[in-house]
Design a protein around this ligand. Structure first.
Ligand code: HEM
Length: 399
C-alpha cells in the first residue's frame, strides 16, 4: 500500500503544520514521512496507539545512532531518563517522583506566578516589546528554579547549558565536535546537581531536590544517581514547553480580544482557555520517540519490531471526529482528551505543574492587561524545532 507522504524537510510545514496535517488526516489514517516513519493521524487511532502497549519509548538507540557511546555523559544521563526507560523500573521511578512532587505543587506554583508576574509585566506596558525573553522564557525558569531549589544566581547558567545541550544532542546535525561539546555540557550539569545534593546533605532544605532525596514508597527509595538524572529531567521538561504554551496563548488572546474580555469577566474560564490553547497549539508538534515493540499490524499497516511511529499532535487534537468546529477555540467545550501531554505510561509527569502555571499566568494577565495589540501580522516560527517556538512575538500591552 502506498501511503501519502509528509515532507518534514519542507520549511513551509513548520510555519503552519495544522492545515497540512488536516489534509492528510482527512485522506488517510496513516501517512509516512520523507524518511520512512509512519504517522498516525486520527484521534481514536492515536488513543489506541498510546494505550495499546504495542509501541514503547525508544530508549537509548537514538543516541547510539547519533554517535554517543556508553560512558559518555549524555549517554549515561539519557539511559536513566524517564523518557528512555520502560517496564517495571520506569513505573517504580515514576511513582516515587509523583510522591515527591506531591499535591502542594499546584499551590506552590500559583504562589510564584502571583508574586513574580505583575512585576515582570509592569515595565512592558504601552511599549513595543518582544515578550519572549522578558516574560515567557523567564517565568517558567523562575518557577522551576524555585520549585527545584536552584539558587537565583545559578539559574541562567543552568538554563543556557540545558538549551545548548538539548539543541546539540537532538538537533539536525551531529558531528564529532558536537558529540564532544554535548558531553562536556552534560558532565558540567551532572556535576552541578551532585554539588547541590552535597550541600543539602550538609544543610537540609525544603525543596523538591530535598524531597526526591528523602522520598520513600513501600520501602523503595531513589538512588543518588537517579535523583541527579531526575533533577535534570524535570528541569529540561519544564521550561521550553511551558514557555511555548504561554506565547501561543498570548498570540491567541491578541488575535481574539473577545477571549481576553471573557477571561476578565469570568476568571473561572481560564482553565478552559488553557486547555483549548494546549489543544490547538501543542508545544510538541511531533511525539516522535516511540517504536513498535514487536512485528505486528496497527491501523491496517504492518510494523516491524523497532520501527518508529510518530504522533503529529495537531492532527488528532483537531480531528473533527472528536471535536466540533475543531479549529476554533471554544471556552464552553466539554472537557475532552487531547494529546498535548501524550497518554499512557509516559504521560507527561509535569502536566499538573504545567497546567497550574499556565492557569495562574493567564489569570494574572487577564487581570492586569486590558488589550493585547499584535505588532507583527506574520509570525515566524522556528523550523524543525522539537518544541514549537516563535522567532519573536512583538506586542503592545494596554492596561
Ligand atoms: C505545556 C507544558 C508541557 C508539555 C506540552 C509537555 C509535554 C510532554 C510530552 C509530549 C511528553 C512525552 C510523553 C511520551 O513520551 O509519550 C512529556 C514527558 C515528560 N514531561 Fe512534560 N510537558 C510539559 C511540561 C512539563 C513540566 C513542567 C515538567 C516538569 C516539571 C515536565 C516533565 C516531563 C517528564 C519528566 C516527562 C517524561 C515522563 C516519562 O517518560 O515517564 N513536563 N511531556
Amino acid at each position: 500500500m502506498t501511503l501519502p507522504e509528509l515532507d518534514l524537510r519542507d520549511p513551509a510545514f513548520w510555519q503552519n503544520p495544522s492545515p497540512v496535517l488536516a489534509d492528510l488526516r482527512e485522506q488517510t489514517r496513516v501517512a509516512i514521512t520523507n524518511d520512512g516513519s509512519k504517522l498516525i493521524l486520527r484521534h481514536a487511532d492515536v488513543s489506541a496507539l498510546l494505550l495499546s502497549g504495542l509501541f514503547v519509548n525508544e530508549g537509548i538507540s537514538l543516541l547510539a545512532r547519533r554517535g554517543f557511546k556508553p560512558g559518555d555523559a549524555l549517554y549515561e544521563f539519557r539511559r536513566q531518563a524517564l523518557g528512555a526507560m520502560g517496564g517495571a523500573e520506569h513505573l517504580r521511578v515514576r511513582s516515587l517522583v509523583l510522591k515527591a512532587l506531591g499535591h502542594q505543587q499546584v499551590q506552590f506554583v500559583r504562589g510564584v506566578v502571583e508574586r513574580r508576574l505583575p512585576a515582570m509585566l509592569e515595565p512592558l506596558f504601552d511599549r513595543d516589546v518582544d515578550v519572549l525573553q522578558p516574560i515567557t522564557s523567564q517565568l517558567p525558569l523562575e518557577v522551576i528554579g524555585e520549585y527545584l531549589g536552584i539558587d537565583v544566581g545559578d539559574r541562567a547558567r543552568v538554563d543556557a547549558l540545558v538549551r545548548e545541550g538539548q539543541a546539540k544532542a537532538f538537533g539536525r546535525e551531529v558531528t564529532p565536535q558536537i558529540v564532544q561539546r554535548t558531553n562536556q555540557i552534560f558532565s558540567e550539569l551532572l556535576a552541578f546537581v551532585a554539588t547541590q545534593i552535597r550541600e543539602r546533605r550538609i544543610k537540609p532544605r525544603n525543596d523538591l531536590l530535598a524531597r526526591l532525596l528523602d522520598v520513600e514508597d513501600s520501602q523503595q527509595t531513589l538512588s543518588e544517581d537517579e535523583v541527579i538524572v531526575l533533577f535534570l529531567n524535570l528541569f529540561i521538561g519544564a521550561i521550553e514547553s511551558t514557555a511555548s504554551s504561554m506565547s501561543t496563548g498570548l498570540l491567541l488572546l491578541a488575535r481574539h480580544p473577545e477571549l481576553l474580555d471573557a477571561l476578565r469577566a469570568e476568571p473561572a474560564r481560564v482553565a478552559a482557555f488553557v486547555e483549548e490553547n494546549l489543544r490547538l497549539y501543542p508545544p510538541n508538534t511531533l511525539i516522535a520517540n516511540k517504536v513498535a515493540k514487536q512485528d505486528g499490524e496497527f491501523c491496517g499497516v504492518r510494523f516491524a519490531a523497532g520501527e518508529p511511529v510518530i504522533v503529529p499532535v495537531p492532527a488528532p487534537n483537531r480531528d473533527p471526529r472528536a471535536f466540533e468546529h475543531a479549529d476554533q477555540p471554544d471556552l464552553s467545550r466539554a472537557p475532552q482528551r487531547h494529546f498535548t501531554f501524550s497518554l499512557g505510561p509516559h504521560f507527561c509527569l509535569g502536566q499538573a505543574l504545567a497546567r497550574a502555571q499556565l492557569q495562574a499566568f493567564f489569570e494574572v494577565c487577564s487581570r492586569h492587561v486590558r488589550r493585547i495589540e499584535l505588532l507583527e501580522q506574520r509570525i515566524e516560527w522556528q523550523p524543525y524545532a522539537a518544541i514549537t517556538s516563535m522567532k519573536s512575538l512583538r506586542l503592545r500591552l494596554h492596561r
